[in-house]
Ligand binder design. Structure first.
Ligand code: ATP
Ligand code: MG
Length: 259
């Protein structure tokens, strides 16, 4: 079902391959239709970043990894886009951080849950929360099926890593007293604003970089982690993200890219 082949020398090869993967993932019922639209929203901001990881985002990723390592019961929430774009890396991160994976969908459908479960299992996941009905419960803060969480995972967790999450759910998790770590290219989304730690970067780059930070930081003791953590502040980093985007736009505007 892959579309027309993307030539390797295409200047936007990576981005086009990513789109192909998501479309294919949608046909395989892994990705929700709305997942394609969400990706497009993210891409628009990635153009402004220049489709590379800026320095401030590396610091956001460090802060995120340290926060997850210091948590008592960290959990990583996985949706269709995450499964298609970075299943191997998210499984690796889960193992290094000792944080279980939980399938947690905005558009919950059994066939999608099974498909994501397969992708994660193929990527090496040992245990996946969020699908065994005997372990599911509701969090009252959110309406409909979106409130269903695993009693062994998100329900009891103090720190939830939710790449590509919706704003309402991010806020509901915060209201339950949990730390929320988000990856969202839009620094103005409600998710980015609600999260304890926001990572303003493309998930395709962010998770790989987080795996590397996790390898390094997981060797540190709690005092060393505390010391590292003191260097970073989520609000300041989010402000840096907006300043970076705005100065990139200014630079591009004076670069006469349109002449
Ligand atoms: P919110 O509900 O947080 O105000 P929203 O309704 O615009 O935001 P959602 O669909 O709820 O968006 O969340 C998806 C978010 O994921 C979007 O803000 C989008 O920018 C972001 N996103 C999509 N694809 C990627 C990606 N590959 N990397 C990083 N962020 C992405
Ligand atoms: Mg939303």
């Amino acid at each position: 079902m892959m579309g027309p082949e993307v030539p390797k020398n295409h200047p936007r090869y990576e981005s086009l391959i990513t789109r192909e993967k998501l479309i294919e993932g949608m046909h395989q019922k892994i990705v929700a239709e709305a997942g394609l639209i969400a990706h497009g929203r993210g891409e628009a901001f990635d153009y402004i970043l220049g489709e590379v990881t800026p320095a401030f985002a590396l610091n956001q990723e460090k802060l995120a990894v340290i926060t997850l390592l210091m948590a008592k019961d960290p959990v990583i929430s996985v949706n269709g886009n995450v499964a298609v774009l970075c299943s191997r890396e998210i499984v690796q991160l889960s193992q290094i951080l000792n944080a279980p994976l939980e399938i947690n969908l905005f558009y919950r459908r059994p066939e999608r849950e099974i498909a994501i479960n397969d992708v994660l299992t193929k990527a090496g996941a040992q245990q996946i929360y969020g699908i065994d009905p005997r372990n599911l419960e509701s969090i009252p803060e959110i309406s409909h099926q979106r409130r269903i969480v695993d009693s062994r995972g998100i329900a009891r967790s103090d720190c939830v890593f939710v790449p590509l999450e919706d704003g309402d759910r991010a806020m509901a998790l915060r209201n339950l007293g949990k730390d929320v770590i988000a990856v969202d290219l839009n620094p103005l989304s409600r998710t980015s604003l609600a999260a304890t730690v926001s990572i303003t970067n493309n998930i395709t780059r962010a998770i790989t970089e987080m795996v590397n930070f996790a390898k390094k930081f997981s060797k540190m003791n709690i005092q060393e982690l505390e010391k590292e953590k003191e260097q970073f502040n989520n609000e300041t980093l989010l402000q840096e993200a907006l300043k970076f985007m705005s100065s990139r736009l200014e630079e591009l505007a004076s670069d006469q890219i349109y002449s």
